[in-house]
Design a protein around this ligand. Sequence first.
Ligand code: PHE
Length: 449
Amino acid sequence: MQGTREEFSSRLGFLLAATGSAVGLGNVWGFPTNTASNGGAAFVAVYFILAFGLAYPALMAELVIGRHTRANIYSALQQITPPGIGQRLAGLTGLYAILVASAVLMFYTLVAGWVIAHLLAAAFAIVGLTGPAQWFSAGSLMRDLFCAGIFALLTIVVVSQGVHRGIERWSTRLLPALLVLSLALTAYVLFQPGAMAGLALYLVPDFSRILEPQLLVSAMGQAFFSLSLGVGTMLIYGSYLRQDENLPTIGALVTVVDALVAFLAGLLILPAMFVAQDLGISIYSGEDLIAGPDLIFQVLPTLFSSMGLAGIVVALAFFTLLAIAALTSSISMLEVPVALAVEKTPVSRSGACWLIGGVIFLGTVLLTVKFEALFGLVVTMTTEYSQPLLGIALCLFAGWVLNRNQLLKEIRSGYPDAENSLFWKIWPFYVRFVCPSLIAATFIQSVIL
Ligand code: PHE
């Protein structure tokens, strides 16, 4: 297996793939939504502190373990742990992460299906086919299943093409498109009447809210989800990284771009809400700004349709942007179980993709049909509980199971002067003690709340 293992062909290729994984519905939907429900700029400030102070060190843990072991998360954790009960626990932790990645993909596919539906609605509206346009914009079970199916197919097809021809090639095409589209849209929205009120809410912090426990918990969950942490995605991408890449720099770049895109999405969505309000659309439910699916799938479409033809074009651009962001993330989720299957069994990559992708899609179907009972539950169990817990576990594996020499050797590869760097002075201690305790403290708070 070792000799034939694929790698990202260039630093840029990895960067685009890893940022593509990080930048997703979490940035364009989750971040603005969380900002809206947590008092605007106060949330933004805390988010940035946590993204760099907590999520970046945890991301480094995954990248280091991944490149060190060159394996999927299950084999990787077993490989670094000495035989015995510890090794069994390591295997279980790996399997749990793979399950969580698959469960995230189940609900992600459903939400991405809504995105595809609105995209197709806008596309049909532009060519004047009002019948199909209406079918795709009005929610129905058939529509949801059909569109989620399209998205699942796209994900499977890309991943089955492999790391280089599939994941890297598609991320390299899609991520720049996403950046250009979001800049253009933001510029457009900021010049519409009403936008400034949204901008003020977004950028002027109400410091009295900064220490609210709910705000901290949401910001941490958001940071972990947004950087694709805890589920083995970054670990497997790290395992495809070349030996001559500088891990701390690469991890920092991914974190910065992810945070910037989230920030940019906020610059788009919050002003857009107030533009909508200016047009008479209600953007509050009770005291709070509308958040959650309603924000993206009701407020914004109503805004777009009140803007005439320009609105349809803007809608098409916006939902294309969301679909791209979702696809570069979903492929990184599917890669997690697929890598396990390919490395541990004789199955071919494409066989594994169709089989595993198919089973995960059945999960999506179940979530769609039993939406009320299951959707919120799965989202909470995976993103709020499992991701931070697995984040703690991965920090502990990097900090306590790998020893300092192994860590240094891995980081030195691609960064010969690592030993004298600020990173090396802080990170090993940080990932051993500070990260796990901070995540645990925030997590416990969230359970008590
Ligand atoms: N980071 C992605 C987003 O922001 C979601 C994701 C989570 C991707 C876990 C991979 C693994 O949408």
